[in-house]
Every structure is written in C-alpha cells, then in structure tokens.
Design a protein around this ligand. Structure first.
Ligand code: PAF
Length: 284
C-alpha cells in the first residue's frame, strides 16, 4: 500500500490502474479511523479492484469556533489500518495541496442543506461538497462509500452527484455502533468518562422513537417529542435538534407517510454528536 501526499501521485497511480482495466473504490475520510470507517473500506475492497482512502481534515467544512484545530489526527495508525484492510492507496494531502492561496471556487447546494445540521453549521455542506468534488476529480472512482451516520451528508452527496452528472456510484453503509449503542465517531474521543456514559442517550432516545413508529405512531411531533424528552432526562445532554425529514429532500414533514429520516444532534458537554434512523413503511 502507498501513502501519498500530492494530487500528482494519486493521478499517476490511478491512471496506471485504469490502463490495466481495474475498478476503483474510494473512501473519503477525515482520518482517526475507527470500525465505522473500516466497514466502508472493507465494502470498497470487496467491490472494487483497488481502494483509495483519503485522510484529510478539510478546513472548509469547519465553521468559526469549531474543532478544526483539535480534531484528532494519527496518520500512522490510519495508514496501518488501511493496509491491513486491503486498501491500495492512502491520500493524505496538506491543506495547501487542496487549497492554494488563490482558491475561490465552491460547490454550493440549496434545499437539502437548509435543515438539520445546516442550521447550526451553515457553511458545513458547502465545504463538504467542495472537498468531495475535488476528491472525486482527483481519484476518479467508480464507486464512493459514505456512512449512514452522516445521513444528511449522504443525501447531499447523492444529490450533488446527480445534479452535476458525476459518473460515480454512491454506496451508503450502515452505522457501526459500540456495544452500548453509541454510534462510532472520531469525535467520541473528546468525551470524558461521565460524558461517554451520558452519550448513550442518543441511541437510547432514538430506540424509543423507533419503537413508537414501529407501533404505528405517524405524528412527527409526537415522535420528536418522545425522543427529545428522553434526551432531556440526561443532565449532561443538550438537544441541538430532533427532527423528522423526508429521506430524499431533507425537508421537515408533519406525518410519517413516506420514507423518512429521524435525526438528532445532541451536545454532550461541549461535544456535538449526531445519530439517526431511517423508516420506510413496508407495503402490505
Ligand atoms: O464524513 C467525513 O468524514 C467528511 O465530511 C468527508 C466526507 C470526508 C469530507 O471531508
């Protein structure tokens, strides 16, 4: 496996693979890899001849006062894991390699980027769309893999690929959880012991919501209120949002009468965590 830092090196490698007729899977990440990321790598390795993993803490998707500087980084550990899991190439550029001093072109989306995480992080998806477009142009993959934990991001990327006619199959992969239900996230490392215990409230509150929906509750207000009430019982937790949206448009809905995403963002101390589940009524 190769670890490279320049766009030129990625292009050379990818060109050679394409000459040999190989298919390319791509897993974009911000590093500090965990089992959630590795499930994406495993899926890509199983579906493609070559897998590229990018490890890049993308400055343009962080807002002022967010955790860009403190975001955990460990490229040696990441590269070792990627090698063990069968990736062929890790791309770990410096910020200057991706954004030179004249950089001024962004990929902007409306609609899907107005609700949920966008309310607290208004410039986040512009940064995500921009960096993912750049990475797609550099790696030119056949397939790209994204986790369902970042469900809004996945919907945004699917829309962007459609809107901009990118010839890439987007593969969504299920959330990977700790034994106690907490969704795996690089940001879990920010939690102290008490906060780590409190963080189980995310998955627990969603389970309550899911049970209600599965028992036939179709009022979004009622389901959201039940989830919020459970989070509010936890003293270290503060709700950012609990929202039910149309699974494709990410627009809020009042009744669960179509495929929906039930999503929440919760501060545990200073750490903002997200989780969700999707629901589609089974046809009789
Ligand atoms: O999901 C992430 O880790 C990031 O948003 C991504 C897709 C790698 C873009 O920086």
């Amino acid at each position: 496996m190769k670890l490279v830092k320049t766009i030129k090196e990625v292009r050379e490698e990818v060109k050679q693979w394409k000459r040999e007729g190989k298919t390319i899977g791509f897993v974009p990440t911000m590093g500090y890899l965990h089992d959630g990321h590795m499930s994406l790598v495993d899926k890509s390795v199983s579906q493609n001849d070559r897998t590229v993993v990018s490890v890049f803490v993308n400055p343009t998707q962080f807002g002022p006062g967010e955790d860009l500087e403190s975001y955990p980084r460990d490229i040696e550990h990441d590269a070792k894991l990627c090698e063990e899991h069968g990736a062929a190439l890790v791309f770990n550029p410096e910020p200057e390699e991706m954004y030179d001093e004249m950089f001024c072109t962004y990929v902007e989306m409306s609609g899907l980027t107005e609700e949920l995480c966008a309310k607290t992080r208004p410039t986040h998806f512009r940064g995500v769309c921009t960096v993912v477009s750049k990475l797609f142009n550099i790696v030119t993959p056949d397939r790209a893999y994204f986790g369902e934990k970042d469900a809004q991001q996945l919907a945004v990327i699917r829309r962007m690929v459609k809107d901009l006619s990118m010839d890439i199959e987007i593969v969504g992969c299920p959330i990977v959880r700790e034994e106690d239900g907490l969704a795996k996230s690089s940001r879990n490392t920010y939690l102290n012991e008490k906060e780590r215990a409190a963080a189980t409230v995310l998955s627990r509150s969603l389970r309550i919501g899911k049970r209600l929906v599965e028992c036939g509750e179709r009022s979004c207000g009622a389901v959201e209120a039940a989830i919020r009430a459970e989070v509010e019982r936890e003293p270290l937790a503060k709700v950012d949002y609990v929202k039910i949206v149309d699974a494709e448009t990410m627009k809020p809905v009042k009744k669960i009468d179509r495929p929906v995403l039930v999503a929440e963002a919760v501060y545990i101390g200073k750490t903002r965590l997200i989780d969700n589940f999707s629901f589609t009524e089974e046809k009789q």
